[in-house]
Design a protein around this ligand. Structure first.
Ligand SMILES: C[S@@+](CC[C@H](N)C(=O)[O-])C[C@H]1O[C@@H](n2cnc3c(N)ncnc32)[C@H](O)[C@@H]1O
Length: 207
């Protein structure tokens, strides 16, 4: 699997902003590849899609593992002001994402903030291979949208109940803002999860 993951990362990373930090991208892919295989596989979820690099890796992992499921991505684009930083996520990245992910019929994109998505997920349905599904469970979750601690913790609290047992949530850049998110998880007494803090990511496994 290691060699296959290396190939997937090589093919996807150039569409990502992780060019300088391949380790984070590799860690994300490594945990996604540990997703338990189920008979009716719930969807993968990515918050924060930018040019589609990490989403492409996730779609390739889904294919490689032979998982019969979708990837749902959520990102508002539209040059929405980003956490007080000068970075812009507009049409150029949105069209790149669509182009890069176009070959994958099992990709679904919601062009909205994570807050809006989380507030509607229990009210919308989607169709996959003739079956109507809801976002009642997720197999794997990547949180890489806003890195504001308040937003990340909101996403985590609302999405954890939907994660399958043995599944992972990978949260990127938890070293930002004085490591507030890392400290939040270090102090957690929740016995239903295992927490792994790396230098700049937090990985949660649901037990
Ligand atoms: C760090 S980039 C994502 C990088 C991508 N995961 C990759 O590795 O290729 C952050 C993205 O989050 C999006 N974003 C910003 N605020 C958001 C929010 N509230 N909800 C969802 N996505 C958001 C931005 O538009 C941007 O595309």
């Amino acid at each position: 699997m290691e060699k296959v993951l290396e190939k997937i990362i090589k093919e996807s990373i150039s569409y990502s902003d992780s060019k300088g930090d391949q380790k984070d991208f590799y860690t994300m892919a490594e945990y996604a590849a540990k997703t338990p295989k189920l008979e009716e596989q719930p969807t993968f979820l990515e918050i924060g899609t930018r040019g589609g690099g990490s989403a492409l890796a996730l779609l390739k992992i889904i294919k490689t593992l032979g998982l019969d499921t979708t990837l749902v991505t959520v990102d508002p684009y539209g040059d929405k002001p980003y956490d007080g930083k000068p970075w812009k996520y507009g049409d150029k990245l949105y069209t790149q994402m669509k182009k890069v992910l176009a070959p994958y019929g099992n990709h679904i994109h919601y062009q909205m903030t994570s807050e809006d998505f989380i507030n509607i997920i229990d009210t919308v349905h989607y169709w996959f291979k003739g079956k109507e599904r809801m976002f009642s469970e997720f197999s794997f979750i990547l949180l890489d949208g806003s890195h504001l601690p308040k937003t990340v913790i909101f996403e985590y609290k609302r999405l954890l109940p939907k994660l399958i047992k043995g599944g992972y949530i990978v949260i990127d850049n938890t070293n930002f803002y004085g490591k507030e998110v890392q400290k939040h998880f270090q102090g957690s007494t929740d016995k239903t999860v295992e927490v792994i803090n790396t230098k700049d990511q937090t990985i949660i496994r649901k037990l």
